[in-house]
Design a protein around this ligand. Structure first.
Ligand code: CO8
Length: 258
């Protein structure tokens, strides 16, 4: 499919989706969010995709929702359109793992988009923030909830109320990102992680992703039960037999997603 605001490449079972509005530091407008949703739906369906990487440019993952596009809207517009509401849910509904490879400005809706992915690996030049307060508004696609779960109330509250940015080191220390890599190595590193995930049994990958995400949605006892059922269910797969046999036979497993 031809997109104007994103670029999609598929290689080695990994779909690399690049946000591509360099003139606006990848600000998220309606077209970009719609195209991203379509690309994720395609990637989820495509048998040649086993992991997804979402990235921007070295200067900006995304500098927020498009302020120009939003500036003329009133309450009725954003309420009726449910601006970006469906699109952000499309990201969390994606069954295959999505890694956010984040470099430079990752602000407002851009930070919220990265946090809606399954995990974030960032470059050493990354800057995270929820500066909507400076525009007389606030986060609207998950920032107050997801950032708080990632970094705790104090830091999240301070960031939402002051609009200050967090650098990569602070983000890693606070648990927002899984790790930091040099900006020039970001994409090769993240693609290597994605290829590693793509080699696993995809049944186990989806089951594990579902279970980790449950930790954000439910009580501990329900989450533990969900985990146990997924664990038990994996014993109905050929990949479990293959994975354990390969270990005992000291060879690499050949997973077939069965
Ligand atoms: N929207 C639209 N255009 C943008 C945005 C944006 N968020 N960010 C940058 N741009 C544009 C600039 O206007 C500029 O365009 P032009 O050259 O035509 O003037 C171009 O990108 C380059 O930007 P700068 O010249 O400002 O670059 P600097 O390196 O000087 O500064 C900054 C970089 C610090 C990132 C600066 O651009 C900035 O502060 N951007 C805005 C950051 C921001 O406030 N983000 C939050 C936006 S609101 C939001 O995300 C709401 C989320 C909730 C969504 C709910 C549903 C919609």
């Amino acid at each position: 499919m031809a997109y104007q605001t994103i670029i999609v490449e598929i290689e080695d079972y990994v779909a690399l989706i690049r946000l591509n509005r360099p003139e606006a530091l990848n600000a998220l407008n309606s077209q970009l969010m719609r195209e991203l949703g379509e690309a994720l739906t395609e990637a989820d369906r495509n048998e040649k995709v086993r992991c997804i990487v979402l990235t921007g440019s070295e200067k900006a993952f995304a500098a927020g929702a498009d302020i120009k596009e939003m500036s003329t809207k009133n309450f009725v517009d954003v309420y009726t359109e449910n601006l970006f509401g469906d699109e952000i849910e499309r990201i969390t509904a994606t069954r295959k793992p999505i890694i956010a490879a984040v470099s430079g400005y990752t602000l407002g809706g851009g930070c919220e988009l990265a946090m809606a992915c399954d995990f974030i690996i960032c470059a050493d030049n990354a800057k995270f923030g929820q500066p909507e307060i400076n525009l007389g508004v606030m986060a609207g696609i998950g920032g107050t909830q997801r950032l708080t779960r990632f970094v705790g109330k104090s830091k999240s509250m301070e960031m939402h109320l002051t609009g200050r940015f967090m650098d990569a080191v602070e983000a890693e220390r606070a648990g927002l990102v899984s790790r930091i890599v040099p900006a020039s190595k970001l994409l090769p590193e993240v693609m290597a992680v994605a290829r590693k995930i793509a080699e696993k049994s995809q049944i186990a990958v989806v089951a594990a992703k579902e279970a980790v995400n449950r930790a954000y949605e439910t009580t501990l006892s329900e989450g533990l039960l969900f985990e146990r059922r997924n664990f038990q269910a994996l014993f109905a797969t050929e990949d479990q037999k293959e994975g354990m046999a390969a270990f005992l036979e000291k060879r690499e497993p050949q997973f077939r997603d069965k």
